[in-house]
Ligand binder design. Structure first.
Ligand code: F58
Length: 796
């Protein structure tokens, strides 16, 4: 019997077995949910063998382990990812066919695990995939949020948030580990006893581990994502219950659970802030204990820790891990403070993801001291030690009544990294200028990357097939092999196949949009896509202003020879970020008017798709012609969406910001539509007090578009609705939308021109694919392993 046929019947049996014995269902009556669960369990079984083998090998080899601490892991759906990584697509399809089930329908039944906000969380998920693919012994540590990032819907064009409930159904990928629990504390006092300083917390809570196997490409290696859930130490007060106070009896449990209830709760009030800090300590402290416990199980000499353990802090959210580890080593295990600090310093590294001052974490020292009194003292000692070594400076983690998590992380870390060349350079010159002068070797750059398994192979099967037919399958875990496509780009037949893939992807997106939103997109038009969190620095308002000006110009001359475009937006605004929410509403209002305009709708359509998440990104990116990466230069640390688009054959219109700089260098300036001021020009421009008015006076198109915001064109029922946006752009415009508008307009007309030559466009797009291999997160992880962690692959 041929091998495939045998395995396929084996798999069919496995599926049926899980449907029957795990789900307790007869195939006759099973729902999609039952089939999805049965399939997930059958796939998970295949992962577990690899997982156990990898764990065993990690213990045997006793090499250095990497621990990636992150408040967020935006992992999305796992079933399809697992099937692709195990190379089981055909087998699964056959088995499901046999039972009359459609694979796509089953895959679409899975909720999207949105345990993150945006780029930072998605980067962590890509890193997990690459760590496993490379075979680096590693573990991700985070929080098992019961409710991930909120669901977004629109009511009259306005964003409305509702809770995300991915855990309402059982999550088949995780293994609960009731035996792995740590008791952690908050508040209380610091006492001095027999020459020792000890923390006696007032409030106790338990962290319970849930493990998810993370399988690498072709199942050669699997690591673990360990997420912590909050549990009460004493879940149920029988005394209170017997006394009839049922609510109070269950209160402990409810309070303990809130800690892992929601991702990044609103922190505009004191209670929200406190919860966030508690979440940070909760998962950092549990992870540190787990790391030390594992180390202790194999070693006696704690001084060996930096040789065996590398800890990566994904931004400052887990920064408290440093002081907590110091507390354990010094207070509990009796090492001298200096020795303990040296050990901690040898293990910890910190990645910075933003230069925006408002995004740098700082805690009021009173709140901090109330929750973590001993850690505040330890931070003072870290500052003292740093001052002793560098007495001429006064830089400290605690100053001006605040605990500054960026400074703390920098001082404690062995290596500090930025996430693109430009960002790293700016870190050295701005936020960390003085600390960098003291520690000139500490900052390194590791430009972000994305996993080609999810962001090409599985989300774009058409392009994946074309590439594999052309150069073989090696590119999936060696993405720079895409270079080998370049010679084909002059080949007419190949380019036609490439064009067909894109147009099929656009059709697929259009049918999805038609089905789910009832809007019919013109698939002949250029698909121009901006998808990311809503933020002023990302300048979705620049994009929509240009669309308004473009619409006005088409209306002036409806018989002109216009290049048709569909402008697609998606992205969530933070619940309390009112300006960003107003931009969403504006885009929706513009869409309403423009899409209904018979004179222009053949040339311009606008749509804002609700509830942007990993799954929607997987649909949109393969279908994009144009990628909008238009942040104010110096503000976007790197971007990773920009890489996904280029890899899937979209051309970029963008500023010289973040990793756009490196994308442009690699794909070639002739295959990238550049516009806008450079980072240092941005700083200069801000010195001009009336920069926005000057720009408006010099560009009648911009003035007219802003007037349309003021005169109620897009909100006739409420004409003043967008005046404040126009006012903000005219009188303040911190992100320089007006100053970059004219050049953006120019670049967009170049884009129009280029799109009118489909063959040339396809060549440029294909060159973007062929030259994007460097943006694999495998390359990024190899960089961390070599420059930061000193870790090695355990794959032979
Ligand atoms: C992002 N940061 C950067 N932060 O903005 C982006 O340029 C970069 O590519 C990406 O990190 C990965 O390095 C980011 O996503 C957050 O989501 C914060 C999380 C904590 C709350 C505030 C937002």
């Amino acid at each position: 019997m041929p091998r495939k046929a045998r395995t396929s019947s084996e798999f069919r049996d496995a599926l049926l077995k899980h449907l029957t014995y795990t789900m307790g269902k007869d195939p006759e009556h099973a729902q999609f949910f039952d089939w999805r669960m049965a399939l997930s369990h059958a796939i998970r079984d295949r992962m577990v063998d690899h997982w156990v083998a990898s764990t065993r090998k990690t213990y045997e080899q006793d090499g250095k382990r990497v621990y990636y601490l992150s408040m967020e892991f935006l992992i999305g759906r796992l079933l399809e990812d697992g099937i692709f990584n195990l190379d089981m697509v055909e087998e699964v399809k056959e088995a499901l066919d046999h039972f009359g089930m459609d694979m796509r329908t089953i895959l679409n039944d899975e909720p999207d695990a949105a345990l993150g906000n945006g780029g930072l969380g998605r980067l962590a998920a890509c890193f997990l995939d690459s760590l496993s693919t490379i075979g680096c012994p590693a573990m991700g540590y985070g929080i098992r949020y019961e409710n991930g990032l909120f669901k977004q819907s629109f009511v009259d064009g306005r964003q409305v948030e509702s809770p995300e409930t991915w855990l309402q159904e059982p999550h088949p990928w995780e293994f609960e580990r009731p035996e792995v629990r740590f008791t952690l504390g908050f508040g209380g006092d610091v006492i001095y006893e027999n020459g020792k300083t000890l923390w006696r917390p007032a409030e106790l809570i338990q962290a319970e581990a849930f493990d998810t196997p993370i399988i690498g490409w072709q199942g050669k290696w699997a690591n673990t994502l360990r997420l912590w859930a909050g549990r009460a130490v004493d879940p149920f007060d029988l005394g209170l219950f017997n006394a009839g106070d049922f609510a109070a009896a269950a209160e402990h449990e409810a309070l303990a659970r809130t800690i892992s209830r929601v991702l990044y709760p609103e922190d505009s009030n004191e209670a929200g802030k406190e919860l966030r800090l508690k979440q940070e300590f909760f998962f950092s402290a549990a992870s540190i204990r787990d790391i030390l416990r594992r180390f202790d199980s194999q070693h006696d000499d704690i001084r060996m820790l930096p040789k065996k353990v590398a800890i990566q802090l994904n931004d400052t959210h887990p920064a408290i891990a440093g002081p907590e580890m110091l507390r354990i080593l010094h207070d509990e295990r009796g090492l001298s403070f200096e020795d303990a600090l040296e050990i901690v310093h040898g293990c910890m590294n910190y990645t910075n993801h933003t230069l925006l001052p408002e995004a740098l974490e700082r805690w009021d020292e009173r709140l901090f001291g109330r929750l973590l009194p001993r850690h505040l003292q330890i931070i003072d000692r870290i500052d003292d030690a740093h001052y002793k070594a560098h007495p001429h400076r006064t830089l400290s983690a605690r100053s001006d009544g605040q605990v500054k998590m960026g400074e703390l992380s920098f001082i404690v870390a062995n290596r500090v990294n930025g996430v693109s060349a430009l960002h790293t350079d700016l870190m050295k010159k701005t936020v960390f200028r003085e600390l960098h002068e003291l520690h000139p070797d500490r900052i390194v750059n590791e430009t972000n990357g994305v996993t080609p398994r999810r962001w090409l192979h599985s989300c774009n099967p058409g392009l994946s097939r074309l590439i594999t037919d052309t150069i073989g399958e090696g590119w999936v875990d060696d993405l720079e092999q895409l270079e080998r496509l370049e010679p084909l780009i002059g080949d007419k037949a190949w380019i036609e196949r490439f064009e067909t893939v894109k147009s099929d992807n656009k059709q697929a997106l259009a049918s999805y949009v038609a089905q789910t939103h009832g809007v019919k997109l013109n698939t002949e038009a250029m698909f121009d896509v901006q998808i990311k969190r809503m933020h002023e620095y990302k300048r979705q308002h620049l994009n929509i202003l240009e669309a308004i000006a473009h619409w006005q110009e088409i209306k002036d001359n409806p018989n002109g020879d216009w290049t048709p475009r569909v402008k697609i937006f998606a992205g969530k605004a933070a619940q309390g970020y009112h300006f960003a929410k107003d931009i969403i509403r504006l885009i929706n209002d513009v869409a309403k008017l423009v899409n209904a305009d018979a004179a222009t709708r053949d040339y311009l359509q606008v749509i804002f798709l609700p509830n942007y998440n990993v799954t929607l990104a997987e649909r949109l990116i393969p279908a994009a012609d144009l990628s909008e990466q238009i942040s104010t230069a110096g503000k976007e640390a790197s971007g990773t969406g920009n890489m996904k688009f280029a890899l899937n054959g979209a051309l970029t219109v963008g500023t010289l910001d973040g990793a756009n700089v490196e994308i442009r260098e690699r794909v070639g300036p002739e295959n990238f539509f550049l516009f806008g001021m450079l980072a240092d020009e941005v700083m200069q421009r801000r010195m001009i007090h009336d920069h926005a008015q000057q720009a408006i006076n010099a560009d009648p198109r911009l003035a007219r578009a802003l007037n349309a915001l003021r005169d109620g064109t897009f909100s006739p029922e409420d004409p003043g609705r967008y005046t404040h946006i126009a006012d903000n752009l005219t009188w303040s415009d911190y992100f320089l939308v007006c100053s970059d508008f004219s050049d953006y307009w120019r670049a967009q007309r170049e884009v129009d021109e280029a799109y009118r030559n489909p063959e040339k466009w396809a060549e440029m797009a294909a060159l973007n694919v062929a030259r994007s291999g460097w943006f694999s997160s495998d390359r990024t992880i190899r960089g961390y392993m070599c420059d930061i962690w000193g870790a090695e692959s355990l794959l032979a």
